[in-house]
Design a protein around this ligand. Structure first.
Ligand SMILES: O=C(O)CCC(=O)C(=O)O
Ligand SMILES: [Fe+2]
Length: 153
């Protein structure tokens, strides 16, 4: 099972027959909702010198969902960080280096954990190998939400 996605902010990350890209509108034609203040507060606290985030990607991991190793490299300015907030079930986060195929380390991300990818880590390969479905009571039906904020342009 793959990760389900939606977004808030100026841009959302979508996929269709043309592939993956940032879009200013939801596929149904409406603007994305604003990024909630509570999330902007976390961004400002952890990345005070960064610009305002333009996208909050909301990933939902149901039972069995995972995300393969990848780099976040569809943004224009890699000097701007990526900040993610994990909610609900624990997820096993794996991170390696900028080069593909290098050594990686893994870490369980728990509900409320905030992760910063900046500097040398901004282009590090990373992914989520598995979630511990049912390890948190936050989401009534179980699962993990990861909200990832980015400056896009
Ligand atoms: O779910 C996570 O912790 C990572 C999400 C991620 O890497 C992404 O959305 O690009
Ligand atoms: Fe990522």
């Amino acid at each position: 099972m793959s990760v389900r996605m939606t977004a808030a902010g100026k841009f959302g990350w979508i996929t269709d027959r043309r592939g993956y890209r940032y879009e200013g509108r939801h596929p149904r034609g409406t603007a994305w909702p604003d990024i909630p203040e509570s999330l902007l507060t976390i961004w400002k606290a952890i990345a005070p010198d960064a610009r305002t985030p333009e996208c909050a990607l909301i990933n939902f991991y149901g039972e069995g969902a995972r995300m393969g190793l990848h780099q976040d490299k569809d943004e224009a300015d890699f000097g701007q960080p990526v900040v993610s907030v994990s909610l609900g079930d624990e997820g096993l986060f794996r991170i390696g280096g900028v080069e593909r195929g290098g050594k990686t380390t893994s870490q369980w991300l728990r509900s409320g954990d905030v992760l910063l990818l900046s500097g040398a880590a901004r282009l590090a390969h990373h992914g989520v190998d598995k979630i511990r479905f049912g390890s948190s009571t936050l989401l009534p039906g179980g699962g993990r939400i990861n909200v990832t904020m980015r400056v896009v342009r």
